[in-house]
Design a protein around this ligand. Structure first.
Ligand SMILES: Nc1ncnc2c1ncn2[C@@H]1O[C@H](COP(=O)(O)OP(=O)(O)OP(=O)(O)O)[C@@H](O)[C@H]1O
Length: 269
């Protein structure tokens, strides 16, 4: 393990049983590492096991086999209070922000929930902090009183990011966190994540089917195919470095790097 490694998955497997009782291997012998402040990408087509792997990292799904070393300790068997405490360390941002909210809870209520639940601060302090967080993600402080249906998808995703950042986790997992948004809004959210990452130095697991997007923001990319990691590539050089036939197919079918670069160069503030 490298000195600055924050997370290491060693030969992790997740098997499900289908309706006939047969075993289905959703994640097979996956080994990955994540260093402090690093952004790794997990890329692959729908159904290859990306979300299952994300849930394993966040400890929302138990592994069938393998080890998960977080800050030097195996966390696979964490339970009770220790597990509850660990949930603070890893935050997830999902594809569809609206699913994350209860329609009857205000944005303020949503934002203060973890701080009050984890007993990190009292309600008054949490409300003040929630306003700071809204400001940090480029939303007006008055949004605290609004309900989810009064915000756009992009604004809701900013609120989700605000809450995740506010907990000061070591790791943020973004699971297709921009896929449900319009292209221009996607770019704003990515730029926001990059800016916040610079400020707060969290480590990032970025899950996407979009190799171009992964290439533009990740330090390293793991390519996943049918539950296995088939290739690991250092970011920025996917086209030159890709060796595995599956990665090459992804490259040729999923996107045009050139087109994305043209859009990608126009940063939205
Ligand atoms: N709880 C479960 N029980 C049975 N099979 C499951 C379960 N969760 C996931 N799977 C199966 O595991 C495989 C991987 O699913 P997963 O959601 O991890 O893929 P994915 O790459 O994230 O796909 P997508 O991008 O479409 O979400 C799929 O075939 C899925 O049907």
């Amino acid at each position: 393990m490298k000195q600055n490694t924050i997370l290491e998955l060693k030969d992790v497997n997740k098997h499900f049983r289908d309706n006939d009782g047969d075993i289905f291997k959703a994640v097979e012998d996956v080994s990955i590492t994540l260093a402090k402040g690093e952004c790794i990408g997990i890329v692959g087509e729908s159904g290859c096991g990306k979300s299952t792997l994300a849930r394993i990292i966040a400890h929302l799904t138990e592994v069938s086999q393998g080890r998960i070393i977080f800050k030097g300790k195996d966390i696979v068997k964490l339970q009770g209070d220790a597990l509850k405490a660990h949930y603070k360390n890893v935050q997830m941002i999902f594809q569809s922000p609206l699913d994350t909210f209860s329609p009857r809870m205000t944005i303020g209520g949503y934002l203060i929930e973890p701080f009050v639940n984890f007993k990190l601060m009292n309600k008054k302090k949490a409300y003040e902090y929630a306003q700071e967080l809204l400001d940090m993600v480029g939303l007006d402080k008055d949004y605290i009183k609004k309900y989810p249906n009064e915000l756009s998808g992009g604004q809701l995703q900013r609120v989700v990011i605000a809450r995740a950042i506010g907990i000061k986790p070591d790791i943020i997992i973004c699971d297709e966190c921009t896929s449900a948004l319009d292209v221009s809004i996607q770019k704003q959210i990515i730029n926001l994540l990059l800016a916040l990452k610079e400020k707060t130095d969290f480590s990032n697991v970025f899950i996407t089917h979009d190799l171009a997007l992964a290439e533009s923001i990740c330090d390293r990319i793991y390519v996943m195919y049918q539950g296995e990691i088939v290739e690991m590539i250092e970011g920025q050089n996917i086209v030159e470095e890709a060796k595995h036939p599956y990665t090459k197919i992804l490259l040729s079918s999923v996107f045009s790097v050139k087109n994305f670069e043209n859009i990608g160069n126009q940063r939205i503030g």
